[in-house]
Design a protein around this ligand. Structure first.
Ligand code: DQA
Length: 147
């Protein structure tokens, strides 16, 4: 199975940005943790991070016919981006949303998720483990179709 893990703006600043909220581990730590978790499994994982909405839209479009499923943490674009929602709908791949923090318990402006309206599931508030839960969900549901 081929999965892409997409992270939005400021996720490259993990470890530095607001450590009280997001922790001290870095984006590289996140990738290493996911790669380590699946190293013995028949899974091809690509990683993509961008601070630019249009680049994320381009990347989602590029995944059409290339990847079997998408894990996405759109970061701040979660709460603003109809363009990312429409890109997910356009390629119509299975998608799961992840947030490190429990967004619904934070500021009111974080309560809405546009990409979440397309995603099958959201894992929020589990830290890095949310990505593992998201990937496991996709493997469980779609893995057998894409061995
Ligand atoms: C986030 C939550 C968003 O509200 C925020 O803008 C982020 C990270 C999370 O993973 O908890 O950048 O998506």
């Amino acid at each position: 199975m081929k999965i892409i893990v997409i992270n939005g703006p400021n996720m490259n600043m993990l470890g530095i940005r607001e450590p009280d909220i997001y922790g001290r581990k870095t984006y590289a730590d996140l990738i290493n943790m996911i790669e380590e978790e699946y190293k013995d499994k028949n899974l091809d994982i690509e990683f993509y991070q961008s601070n630019h909405e249009g680049c994320i839209v381009d990347k989602i479009q590029d995944m059409y016919g290339q990847r079997d499923a998408i894990v996405i943490n759109p970061a701040a674009y979660t709460h603003t981006s109809i363009a990312i929602l429409d890109a997910l709908k356009s390629v119509a791949l299975p998608a799961v949303e992840v947030h490190l923090t429990k967004v619904e318990d934070r500021e009111d402006f974080r309560r809405i998720s546009y990409p979440g309206k397309y995603c099958e599931k959201t894992f929020a508030g589990l830290g890095f483990q949310g990505y593992i839960e998201a990937i496991d969900y996709l493997i469980e549901k779609y893995g057998k179709d894409h061995e």
